[in-house]
Design a protein around this ligand. Structure first.
Ligand code: PRT
Ligand code: MG
Length: 218
């Protein structure tokens, strides 16, 4: 594995992989297998000098920070939540778009609850972003850290509301919740190891240019 001297791109399967495919295709880069069906975690491409590694979405920055991957495609949510020291965000790829929102049960008067100034509790996977958002608003909020299925929290009395990513809004609707506040717009970014970028830019530049063409074509 260490013998590979091409460029390694870290991706998560699911929406990031699916949305990155057309960008790679514009650059003439085509993966040799589909991570949705194959169990391979290292995927070659039609280009001997470019390979993909498949990792959890929240692990993409870690691989790039440590130089185990040259590049990664990571959601802005992941980068904001984890911090991005040691990384450069080279491009906004405009894919996997969504919004980080506050949501509460339908009919819950969020504005009135804020005016009353009582303590609200919010369940979220995005503790850091939620904390800085509510602090900016001067709100006292108890955050409850969850790792998934945030929507369940208000339905079971675990929390008054949630802070979660929303794209179509169908998940909120299906759970009788409604978005009441926008925290941030999210999209996926092309990230690179900062030290590698400073030292080995000529080796890395062509893939960045390929992505730039892909983004332009989309
Ligand atoms: O799923 P896993 O635990 O492995 O990790 P992950 O959830 O971090 O990965 P993945 O692949 O689900 O998401 C990767 C990236 O896609 C995220 O980091 C975001 O930047 C981006 N993205 C875009 C989204 C969504 N849209 C999105 N809708 N990530 C998650 N969701 C979830 C949301 O949390 C909620 O549960 O989808 C549900 C809401 O979707 P709608 O369409 O019903 O509103
Ligand atoms: Mg997910």
């Amino acid at each position: 594995m260490m013998a590979f001297d091409g460029v390694t791109l870290a991706l998560s399967k699911g929406r990031i992989f699916q949305d990155t495919l057309p960008l790679l295709k514009v650059a003439g880069i085509v993966p040799q297998t589909d991570p949705e069906t194959s169990r391979q975690l290292i995927i070659g491409t039609n280009r001997p000098d470019v390979r993909l590694i498949i990792v959890r979405a929240s692990d993409v920055p870690t691989y790039v920070k440590h130089g185990a991957a040259d590049f990664g495609v990571a959601g802005r949510d992941v980068l904001l939540e984890q911090g991005s020291e040691g990384l450069y965000q080279l491009l906004d790829l405009g894919i996997a778009k969504c919004r980080l929102m506050v949501a509460v049960p339908q009919g819950f008067d969020y504005a009135a609850a804020i005016r009353r100034g009582g303590r609200l509790s919010m369940a979220t996977k995005y503790e850091n972003m939620a904390r800085s958002h509510f602090a900016k608003k001067g709100m006292h909020v108890d955050l409850i850290k969850l790792y998934g299925s945030m929507e369940l929290a208000p339905l079971t009395g675990l929390a008054d509301g949630i802070v979660d990513l929303v794209s179509s809004g169908n998940t909120l609707k299906a759970n009788h919740l409604e978005a009441v506040e926008l925290i941030d717009h999210i999209s996926a970014r092309l990230i690179v190891n900062a030290a590698a970028w400073k030292l080995g830019r000529t080796r890395l530049e062509p893939l960045v240019e390929a992505f730039r063409q892909g983004v332009k074509a989309e």
